[in-house]
Design a protein. Sequence first.
Length: 303
Amino acid sequence: MTDLRDGPIRVQAKGFSWSTARERHYEFCPRAYFYQYYATSGGFEKYSAARQLYRLKHLKTVPFWLKSLLGECIRDWFYDAASDVPIERILRRLFSWRFRKGIKSLSLQEWREDSKKLNLFEHYYDHKDLGDLLEEVTDSLTRSINNLFSSGLISQLEKVIQVDKIIFNPPLETNLGNLKIWFAPDLIWRESGKVNFLNILIEEKNELNADSIMLHRLYAMNQLKISPENVQSFGFLPSTGLYYLFDENSLNISKCIDKVTQSSSKLFELHSASEELQEENFYKKSGKCNSCRFQEFCKNRNI
Ligand code: SF4
């Protein structure tokens, strides 16, 4: 159970695992990394500090919400049995249904009762009017959907037969030696003897980098028993409609493994220092506090 007093948060150190998202959080700010991954682990009591952190850690930015919406709708359609209804109509219905569900949840502020319900960073911290914000989101979503249909992604996916669709629940787990690693692709399917991973990107092309695609290859090798040369990684950037195959030639596996090893060792040191993880050991790296989801909790904390 997370310590609920006003003093420094203490959490029992449990198993260690790594992901590119963890590395990014740590680089952003070690204290934010602690709040995101550890401060609420093991549960909490109502009205506690940990409850506040739990609520904040689920804040989503608008681009992340759009990425999630697209991913969920594409998965809903992709894994469903074939139907006679035109694909574009099915997908547009799914987008509209999930989008309206999100708006309803936001308007009712369901996140106040259930922290996992949608709450937008831009509304919570920047106090953007919800109506104006949703108008912007509607425009972005419409653009993203149109980009999706003209990108070539859907026409490629519609040819995939049911038996070649690999069903999974993100995030996925794989390992590098004894190190447990998490990653979250949006789709996986087989095609012409290859296994394909799709990543829907949030804001820029370089989110799909060599480290992420090395994880696709590790997973294919460890869990699917497929050799790395039969793995392909695709990226889709909704804001521009860019849909592309990651260039294999820029992949240097041993360099990626070194990077993961160094990053995981750095993060693991914070675990091995003591039986429990201590808030103050994760230093505050201010500078980007205005874009941090934990600013409300952190700003008045003298720890
Ligand atoms: S508010 Fe600033 S110092 Fe605090 S966790 Fe966030 S980025 Fe780190």
